[in-house]
Design a protein around this ligand. Structure first.
Ligand SMILES: [Zn+2]
Length: 315
């Protein structure tokens, strides 16, 4: 089984085990090396999808993959307790044409999406010295125009898909929950086709939650382990973990990531890879297997579980 870890590399920090996406450089300056430190203990490879606005804060000499992460527009978002922060990328705002303020990529025309993707890619390449081939859209939002723009800009892999899920800013509802990489079609990014870009969906565990250490406060480590087991026991060829770099500024999440990787790496035939190394696999027929989850249930995670699943549509 291939295992990839894709890190949305952006500003922010953690308060009370919650990610706060304020424009705080610690999310990059400390989050990135902390994640690398944990990954390298287990031979894991990290694909850092980097926002153009954080490039100057990205630590040099990181021997992992560099991709591109785009947050278009510039808008405040309200958080609880009257907190708010700006979503958007200052570099793109200052260097690209953006006819609206929306922070959702599909609200932009093909030309504007291509402009942001190209400008962001060139800036990352010129500053960090590596040409990004892997893309992640802010808020997981892509449409047919995004896919077209990514192909034109020379990207080979997109890691934005949240299978079997839909909310006000993205739609991946046509993909099955357990979904392996596929080449999308020109007319529908959710259907298989022959475009030269591989969509690499994030692994989804029951009842439809993206695999990330960020859900540990809600569902607990045993639930994440159960999700891995569900994939592993039926020989799924890929397990895709995602996270945001501010997450690993916090010891609770660093330790959670370490325990997850420790568990994963104890399995035979696990190959940690960069996202760009993933290829299309021979077709599989995944089934839902609830047994690992039943075995994972304990008083701690059953208490917090309902609350946790209600928060699954996040940034
Ligand atoms: Zn992001």
């Amino acid at each position: 089984m291939d295992v990839i870890i894709v890190c949305h590399t952006e500003f922010g920090h953690v308060e009370n085990r919650e990610l706060i996406f304020e424009k705080d450089p610690v999310g990059v300056e400390e989050g990135v090396p902390n994640l690398v430190g944990v990954a390298e203990k287990y031979g894991a490879k990290i694909t850092f999808a980097v926002c153009p606005e954080v490039v100057s804060h990205f630590p040099r000499g990181i021997n992992h993959e560099i991709g591109l992460h785009i947050h278009p527009g510039w808008m405040p978002v309200e958080h609880k307790n009257s907190r708010s922060w700006i979503v958007g990328d200052l570099y793109l705002k200052e260097h690209c044409q953006q006819s609206v303020n929306s922070t959702i990529l599909r609200d932009y025309s093909y030309d504007e999406q291509l402009n942001m993707i190209t400008v962001g890619k060139e800036y990352v390449r010129d500053t960090l010295g590596i040409e990004p081939r892997v893309f992640v859209a802010g808020k997981w939002c892509e449409d047919n125009n995004t896919i077209r723009a990514l192909v034109t800009a020379g990207f080979t892999h997109s890691c934005s898909a949240v299978p079997h899920s839909k909310c006000d800013h993205y739609d991946w509802s046509k993909l099955p929950r357990i979904c392996m990489p596929y080449h999308p079609g020109e007319k529908d990014y959710q259907q298989k086709g022959s475009l030269p870009l591989l969509i690499v969906p994030i692994s989804q565990i029951l009842p439809g939650i993206s695999v990330t250490p960020e859900i540990l406060p809600s569902v607990g480590l045993s639930w994440l382990k159960a999700g891995f087991t569900e994939y592993y026991q039926q020989n799924m060829p890929l397990f895709h973990i995602c996270l945001h770099s501010p997450c690993t500024t916090n010891q609770y999440f660093v330790s959670g990531m370490e325990r997850l990787l420790d568990f994963v790496s104890q399995h035979q035939n696990v190959n940690f890879k960069f996202a760009s190394e993933v290829t299309e696999y021979t077709p599989v027929e995944p089934r839902t297997n609830i047994l690992p989850y039943i075995l994972a249930l304990n008083p701690d995670n059953t208490r917090t579980f309902t609350r946790g699943i209600l928060r699954k549509c996040w940034r």
